[in-house]
Design a protein around this ligand. Sequence first.
Ligand code: NAD
Length: 492
Amino acid sequence: MPSVASLEAPEDRMRFFIDGRWATPHGARSHQALEAATGDVLARGALADEQDVDAAVLAARNALDHGVWGRTTAPERAAVMRRMADALEKRAESTAVLVSRENGMPIGLSHMLNGGAPAGLLRMYADLVENLELEEIRPSQAGSTIVRREPVGVVGAITPWNFPQALAMFKIAPALAAGCTVVLKPSPETALDSYVFADAALEAGLPDGVLNIVLGDRDAGAALVSHPLVDKIAFTGSTEAGRAIGAECGRLIRRCTLELGGKSAAVFLDDGVLDTFLAGLDGACFLNNSQTCTTQARILVARSRYDEVVDALAQYTSDMVLGNPLDPSVTCGPMASRNQLDRVLGYIDMARNSDARLVSGGGRPEGLEQGWFVQPTVFADVDNNDRLAREEVFGPVMAVIPFNDDEDAIRIANDSDYGLGGSVWSADEDRALAVARRVRTGTIGLNYYTLDLGSPFGGMKDSGIGRELGPEGLNAYLEYKSVYASDKYLSA
Ligand code: NAD
């Protein structure tokens, strides 16, 4: 691991990326990004106000309506997207380190998600749009109808801090492929890394105004949501913010995709294989220090295996290695911010004062007083009606709940306001699949949980509306148009 002292300080990002240039902010507000593992200042990022957001949206509108982008073919867009992927890959190492410092993401994961994944997504959507029929001619009673798929327009993309690069690219890549233009408003906690997209866009020759980036707080987000020249909002974040954004989009009849919170269940059936479960816990429950929307923080266990699984979970979490996320041996980094740490500790205190039984962790780790560290924590005998089982903690705090049989497990798994992730653990994959089919959730794994970028991802119930990733993620940035024509195009 590079010693933290030997790392270069990241550069301040005191300008926005608007219309292909570095723009001076209208106001004077800025955010101080802190290193999650130490609490030290990393760098500053300027915060946008309503006028900065307006300038970014005008640039995006102009690029779409009057610039070259609105007239590009899919292969032309694919070519520039591939160049941007190459430019991102060149910066992958430094971006991975930067994100780990910003939000505490373990460096191995950060390499995958902040270097490889955004470039991979650009290439995946470049391939998809090149092979998509954007115009289809159908015979009609009056002659023919040309069914076109056109870009939805100017997209406002609003992202959280937990997977800042990947979640932004879930939106940017399909939007660019479809021919949309984008204004990205990232989260202040990860103030610095999103401008790597601007550096890559400049190097790739993405036309001016196609991608604009303005860091800002929730007021800037709200200004983007209600801006009259925006056609679609693509949001990832909390269910609370999603409700406000969805309500505003409804009022404005504005298209929106909402990827929100979760309280998913990992269901360990009575024939589950313990070693498989323990090997899969990182992906299902502890990914990114459990600051992951798909964290399966309700662990439902068959009564006949209950004590064995609770003991194994206690051992697993006690063995997790806490520390600076830049150290590759660390399996649990810090929380992303002081606020986030306080929130997680608050849930731990609440559960300590309930009937739940603390079996491991339960507070801050000794020797890691700097930074926002919390012990991976397991509470057993949690009631599914307890707040710990119903609300999203967004940290490494697991609630273990016993069940009687498969029916009971399905009932408890579905007894949640959310429906985003999940997993079923059984020696019999067909049996696990039968359970998985009945859980109301957008994604669910059989004996593992790993996102598939080629398949739709999103939530049921309060976990959101719409899907990202896969070919379905491209549909979300295209609108149908039917052109009624003569029959002359049928034979062409
Ligand atoms: P958050 O909702 O507080 O903020 C997310 C983004 O929205 C930030 O950029 C913020 O500035 C902006 N924002 C907040 N309120 C807004 C408003 N009223 N109008 C416009 N913009 C607004 O969430 P967070 O704390 O940054 O992220 C954690 C949350 O994100 C968790 O609930 C987590 O489950 C969720 N999340 C969901 C997914 C998913 O794909 N479903 C993925 C990652 C994170």
